[in-house]
Design a protein around this ligand. Structure first.
Ligand code: ZN
Length: 283
């Protein structure tokens, strides 16, 4: 991807080298414990683990001690350019529809991070939190994408970012809320099926971004689209399940098969308009 001369976004929050939970002296008493229990119930993990995180076992690394390496800086720079490019794309699309695009913040973190959606560790992969309208990425995920999932290339990374931004767009358009409320009365398999549609739409929105970026700024290089398709295929539910547990359980899919993810990204990048991303089949 041709990106080096691209605009950098001002919506990056760099929390790398910082602990996800600020270490606090454990003097909160009952109030603190109650708070921790509520948080852990929400996250579904062992409260004792959270207590340990809160009291801060292990050495605390302060922000001042941490300096990115040249390649870490380059990776952050790249993310900033892709984010800026999604801003230009979605600002234009919303403007054309007579609406205003609210630009999201992208948080870079390392290890673990606290968000308005709860604590998260890098192992979860990049995510979007609708409650604070922020995208969270540990750049180590991109190494994973390359070495563990066999999906190298800068455009593969751009696809991941654009997918998370796609969730932000769904949030602004009210789609996420509609999906959540529709899921409430459903059984697990049907609720999962709706999640899949939402994820595939985010893939399509990522493709749509690629279409606009290419049309207005000619960012694509030879092999870029294949890189993104490779990533879409690598993180399909069927492939991840086969790699992880050796078998596939379609009812448990939440993101779609490799084939579906590739198909919807392709639709987005070929057509470049929102209507072609109607994974819910409403129009
Ligand atoms: Zn997603």
């Amino acid at each position: 991807m041709r990106w080096k001369t691209g605009r950098r976004s001002s919506n990056i929050e760099d929390r790398r080298g910082r602990r996800g939970v600020r270490p606090v002296a454990f003097k909160g008493g009952v109030g603190t414990i109650a708070l921790v229990l509520v948080a852990s119930y929400f996250l579904g993990i062992n409260p004792l683990e959270i207590l340990q995180m809160q009291t801060g076992s292990g050495p605390a690394v302060s922000r001042e001690d941490w300096k990115p390496t040249a390649s870490q800086q380059q990776a952050a720079d790249f993310v900033s350019v892709v984010l800026a490019d999604t801003e230009d794309t979605w600002n234009a699309i919303f403007h054309k529809a007579g609406q205003t695009y609210r630009e999201p913040t992208l948080v870079l973190f390392s290890g673990s991070v606290s968000s308005a959606c709860g604590m998260a560790s890098s192992a979860m992969g990049p995510f979007y939190c609708p409650a604070d309208q922020k995208v969270y990425i540990d750049l180590a995920f991109f190494d994973d994408l390359k070495s563990r999932h066999g999906a190298p290339g800068d455009f593969a990374q751009a696809y991941v970012i654009a997918h998370e931004i796609g969730h932000h767009v769904q949030n602004l358009l009210g789609i996420s809320t509609q999906v959540r409320s529709a899921q409430r009365g459903l059984g697990k398999a049907q609720a999962n099926a709706l999640s899949v549609k939402q994820e595939l739409q985010a893939d399509c929105f990522a493709g749509l971004w690629g279409n606009h970026a290419e049309r207005s700024r000619q960012v694509l290089e030879q092999g870029d689209i294949e890189e993104a398709l490779g990533a879409a295929s690598a993180i399909g539910d069927d492939r991840l399940q086969r790699e992880g547990q050796g078998y596939v359980v379609p009812e448990s899919f939440t993101h779609g098969t490799s084939e579906q993810r590739v198909e919807w990204f392709r639709r987005g990048i070929q057509n470049g308009d929102i209507d072609s991303c109607d994974t819910f089949g409403t129009s």
